[in-house]
Design a binder for this molecule. Structure first.
Ligand code: LHQ
Length: 262
């Protein structure tokens, strides 16, 4: 697929999806979501890719749904529900399901579905210029693109509800304090810092990370006995991996492990 609204490249086992509509703060369109979904599919299939970074070009991360798209592209004939089902829901699910670490490099404002997009990533690194707005309520909508599921799991129910019903903007330092982001980095050198963190994630045992993502999300809806059983099954799988053998061998040989993601 030729990409027009994202930039997609892979560098040293790290894939980068850069939302590329900077003049609109990377507001989401049907096309942008389709392109990102295609790129995520490449990340799933390509074993050399061991980490994905999602970030934005220009001063914004993602301003959520492009509010002008409905008129311009004739989307008024497509119901909002169908638009979500065929577009953003698939994008969010693909990020959550990607069996590799996904980093959101939140370079600027993340609003509406853009905030949900960041929430669907495994690790959020914010520039000090980043902010988060649950903008939905400001235009009479409920949070979508997984926001009602993801946000309470990240910041807890009370804070998620408060942010969602007020639409109050959260700056980077508050986002860090409430656990919405994992770290805040100076704007100067932000991309380099995200790249360094993504590179080190790409050197970890990728299969174990993929399985950890899966089981942790599942466990939130399971009982303890069910979870213990899932852990036993998955651990059996991991124990058959090259990375497990390498991890144990490196430990006994008192050296750093060299994981391959297999
Ligand atoms: C935009 C947008 C934007 C178009 C900035 N669209 N142009 C909803 C509906 C249906 C189905 C699917 O799902 C959804 C889910 C959603 O995502 S609903 C929420 C949609 N997003 C919003 O309501 C956020 C709207 N934007 C804003 O509130 C502000 O722009 C934020 C707080 C993001 C940033 O504010 P500023 O830093 O002051 O920037 P700005 O407002 O000046 O925006 C810069 C430009 O980007 C501007 O264009 P212009 O031509 O005037 O320079 C904006 O019009 C454009 N832009 N967001 N969502």
């Amino acid at each position: 697929m030729a990409y027009e609204q994202i930039l997609f490249e892979t560098k040293e086992s790290v894939a980068w999806i850069r939302l590329n509509r900077p003049e609109k703060l990377n507001a989401l369109t049907h096309q942008l979501a389709a392109e990102a979904l295609d790129a995520i599919d490449v990340c799933t299939k390509e074993p050399e890719i061991r980490c994905l970074v999602v970030t934005g070009e220009g001063r914004g991360f993602c301003a959520g749904q492009d509010l002008t798209e409905f008129q311009r592209d004739g989307l008024e004939n497509l119901s909002v529900a169908e638009h979500l089902r065929s577009s953003y829901n698939r994008l969010i699910q693909a990020l959550v399901d990607l069996p590799k670490p996904v980093v959101a490099g939140v370079n600027g404002v993340a609003a509406g579905a853009g905030a949900s997009l960041a929430a669907a990533c495994d690790i959020r690194i914010a520039s000090e210029t980043a902010s988060f707005v649950q903008a939905f309520v400001k235009i009479g909508l409920v949070p979508d693109s997984g926001g009602t599921w993801l946000l309470p799991r990240i910041v807890g129910f009370a804070t998620a509800l408060e942010l969602s019903i007020t639409g109050r903007k959260v700056d980077a330092s508050e986002a860090h304090r409430i656990g919405l982001v994992n770290g805040v980095v100076p704007a100067d050198g932000f991309a380099e810092e995200v790249e360094a963190r993504a590179r080190s994630l790409a050197q970890l045992p990728t299969r174990a990370i993929g399985a950890t993502k899966r089981i942790m999300a599942e466990a939130l809806g399971l009982s303890l006995p069910e979870t213990l059983e899932r852990e036993a099954v998955l651990q059996q799988e991991m124990a058959g991996s090259d990375d497990f053998r390498e991890g144990v061998t490196a430990f006994t040989e008192k050296r750093e492990p060299r994981f391959t993601g297999r």
